[in-house]
Ligand binder design. Sequence first.
Ligand code: GUN
Length: 298
Amino acid sequence: MPPDNLIDGRAIAEQIHGETARRITALRARGVRPGLAFVRVGEDPASKVYVGMKERMSGRLGIESATHVLPEATPQAAVLELVGQLNANPAVHGILVQAPLPRHIDATVIFSTVDPRKDVDGFHPLNVGKLMLGDPTGFVPCTPAGIHELLIRTGVRIAGAEVVVLGRGNIVGKPMAAILLQKAKHADATVTLCHSRTRDIAGHCRRADIVIAAMGVAEFVKSPMIKPGATVIDVGVNRVADPAAKGGARLVGDVAFAEVQPVASRITPNPGGVGPMTIAMLMHNTVRAAEMAAGIIA
Ligand code: GUN
């Protein structure tokens, strides 16, 4: 395959930001300023980077954002108290509690406390349930929603496709499978969800028209695992030691990009594939939450 088979996540994210910006202009014309609150507990270096990127994009689009940074040792009750205040604040339309949380905090409890109407991450059980039921009034988690948009906007045929999702996490793998198996336009796929206890992952992958790698193992997906002409989506962000790199480490995806790219018909670069789409969908969800709060949409 020619080297121009890259799925340009940055360009598609920009397209979505353009659509979001127009909706923000319309909201502002009605006197509504979309607001997004970030909660970060502890000093996880990756979380700092991610929240920083989300803040900057909020600012660029005209979403009012505020970041609440709590010390690592903050008791769960104090995090719940903050979430309660944000739930009650009418200027806040979206709330994002960045994962991972410190071990003494139960993320499920925190996510269940966010007002489902402000749950722009789509992690509240009500929104998880709506996704499973195919109810479009819920919020869909940003990374799988972004991958879905990438597939749609690059014209990848999903209906009837064999899709293998690698990884069963609540943030990507499980919601990704739920999106693609719905009886709906741009879905209707046959989805196989593989995980650490799956026998013969390579065998599953080789049958797939679309492989979505989100298990967090550096360069796990190798070229013999990919059917020629398949579409490959790499969600992974893994730090691997590299004495030659700045800081002694570099970031690699879950896909061995150099060897898989020539086999795939289309593939996401990493960075520049899925990452920008996660942020685009967060901005999109926040504007939707503001439109819902303003009674513009149901
Ligand atoms: N950590 C990794 N991905 C995400 C995400 O999409 N949302 C939140 N809140 N935390 C994350």
